[in-house]
Write a protein that binds this ligand. Structure first.
Ligand SMILES: *[C@@H]1O[C@H](CO)[C@@H](O)[C@H](O)[C@H]1NC(C)=O
Ligand SMILES: *[C@@H]1O[C@H](CO)[C@@H](O)[C@H](O)[C@H]1NC(C)=O
Ligand SMILES: *[C@@H]1O[C@H](CO)[C@@H](O)[C@H](O)[C@H]1NC(C)=O
Ligand SMILES: CC(=O)N[C@H]1CO[C@H](CO)[C@@H](O)[C@@H]1O
Length: 451
């Protein structure tokens, strides 16, 4: 298919209506994810979107009406089916009708508690290869204590997080963990808060440095403070002298294959999630953010050209009340920001950056409050790389309300290689974004029932 300007492309898809999405694909060379998950609709139905309630998914009628499913052979077929047909499709294809593709991968499994590690196959976006503690043992945290950061006691989160072997870390009961010092994780760990209510609050946050393959799912992290200097174990063979922390809820430093899903974040001394200094292959999905100034930072410095390699996906998050800026703020790298709910507005800007990052904004729902512009190009004193006009920022299929607007720049063709490179998962129509992000944050999960 010859490249086509974005507006013509969208019109084509609109008119094409029920034709197979593949034909609407702006590029033939998109990664595997595109082929695997290009289900879902381009029907552009204008009826009211569903009000998906957080909690168990029991009513599938919405998906019956809208979803197009991809079959086992990669054959995409429109589904206009009855509930019975749906159930058999769901069984065949492992979907469950939340409409949210990552959730569909696991949320309808009533036996989620005995299949915890199947979550590790559900990541999408650039962090899709993050396997966390898959194939490791389940470690159950029994104590909320954090008495000795240099020599953690068995049963604590810090003990589990610093072990050498892969671990799938769960919690015996609901608990509030006050971390005396930053919690430094090792590779191949999952922190899985499903079934309990875990809050990390009042003290330090999490540090993911020089590691890979971490999944953090279903925990609350809030009211994080600056801590240190201190001696902190980073793995069982190393206890280091750490300086004063920034006070991030999660600090990702030179780390890759990271998936942060269904967590809630509010209020920290510095960023809620900062991924810096050569970090990459990150997916931040289904999280609920609220009450904070500097929400999410990708790349910290105007001289960190190593961050040109950074790739991150920000998908299905809800940016809630009381947020000011950095949803996210990007430097150098390549970012797909897709199907996020920005309906609570933003104080200064939603999506911004410096040093010519590539930004592909798709299917987001932006509702401005007093500040109308979604975007902000920030002169941080670094190289402008030919000026703001040449930075590749594009909005495709976003929904704007209350005067919100996105200022595009650079390449204006969605089919150009620069945006193909930024593509990591297929956007759903922005009309559905609020419903898709409605169960953001930790889910309430009961053993024997769907989450
Ligand atoms: C499912 O939702 C639809 C529309 O919201 C409603 O008409 C129907 O009665 C619901 N079915 C059940 C079993 O709750
Ligand atoms: C789906 O349903 C609509 C109306 O209910 C009908 O017009 C259409 O032909 C159906 N499509 C398929 C593939 O069965
Ligand atoms: C332990 O941490 C130190 C300091 O970060 C690092 O140099 C070392 O390679 C780590 N060891 C292992 C086994 O990961
Ligand atoms: C609720 C909502 O935002 N509905 C919109 C869905 O998309 C159509 C077509 O773009 C709009 O007209 C609706 O307002």
């Amino acid at each position: 298919m010859a490249p086509m300007p974005l507006n013509q492309f969208l019109l084509f898809c609109w008119v094409a209506g029920f034709t197979i999405l593949l034909e609407c694909s702006p590029s033939e060379s998109r990664p595997l994810e595109h082929l695997r998950f290009q289900a879902y609709t381009r029907h552009m139905d204008t009826s009211e979107p569903p009000k998906a309630a957080p909690g168990p998914v029991t009513n599938r009628s919405w998906n019956e009406k809208y979803v197009i499913q991809e079959g086992p052979n990669g054959i995409i077929q429109e589904r206009n089916s009855t509930e019975t047909e749906f159930d058999s499709l769901a069984a065949d294809w492992g979907t469950c009708g939340t409409g949210n593709p990552m959730d569909d991968c696991w949320r309808c499994d009533e036996n989620w508690e005995s299949h915890r590690q199947s979550l590790a196959t559900c990541a999408m976006g650039f962090g899709r290869d993050a396997i966390g503690g898959k194939n490791g043992q389940i470690y159950m945290v029994t104590s909320a204590e954090d008495d000795d950061a240099a020599n953690p006691q068995p049963g604590t989160l810090r003990y589990a997080a610093t072990r050498e072997e892969p671990l799938w870390i769960t919690f015996a009961k609901s608990m509030t963990i006050y971390l005396q010092e930053e919690l430094i994780l090792t590779s191949f760990k999952t922190i899985d808060g499903r079934g309990v209510d875990v809050h990390i609050t009042g003290g330090a946050g999490l540090t993911l440095q020089y590691i890979s393959n971490v999944i953090i799912h279903g925990i609350h992290i809030h009211d994080i403070k600056v801590t240190g200097p201190a001696r902190v174990m980073s793995n069982t063979t190393h206890v280091g002298d750490r300086g004063v922390t920034d006070g991030d809820a999660i600090n990702i430093y030179t780390a890759t294959q990271i998936w942060i899903d269904h967590c809630s974040f509010a209020n920290a001394a510095d960023g809620l999630i900062d991924a810096i200094h050569g970090s990459s292959m990150i997916t931040i999905s289904n999280n609920l953010f609220s009450n904070h100034d500097k929400v999410m930072l990708f790349g910290a410095h105007n001289i960190d050209t190593v961050d040109r390699e950074m790739k991150a996906t920000v998908a299905f998050n809800k940016f809630g009340a009381g947020l000011t800026q950095r949803m996210p703020r990007c430097r150098f790298g390549t970012f797909q920001i897709v199907n996020n709910d920005y309906s609570a507005g933003w104080g200064i800007y939603a999506i911004g950056g410096s040093e010519s990052p590539t930004i592909l904004s798709e299917g987001n729902h932006f509702v401005a409050s007093s500040e109308k512009e979604v975007t902000k190009r920030i002169d941080d004193g670094g190289d402008l790389y030919g000026g703001y006009q040449s930075w590749n920022w594009i909005s495709a299929g976003d929904l704007f309300a209350n005067g919100a607007y996105f200022t595009s720049s650079g390449d204006s063709s969605l089919s150009s290689p620069v945006y193909t490179e930024a593509f990591s998962l297929t956007a759903r129509p922005a009309n559905y974004t609020q419903a898709l992000a409605a169960s953001s944050g930790p889910l309430s999960c009961t053993p024997g029932q769907m989450c």
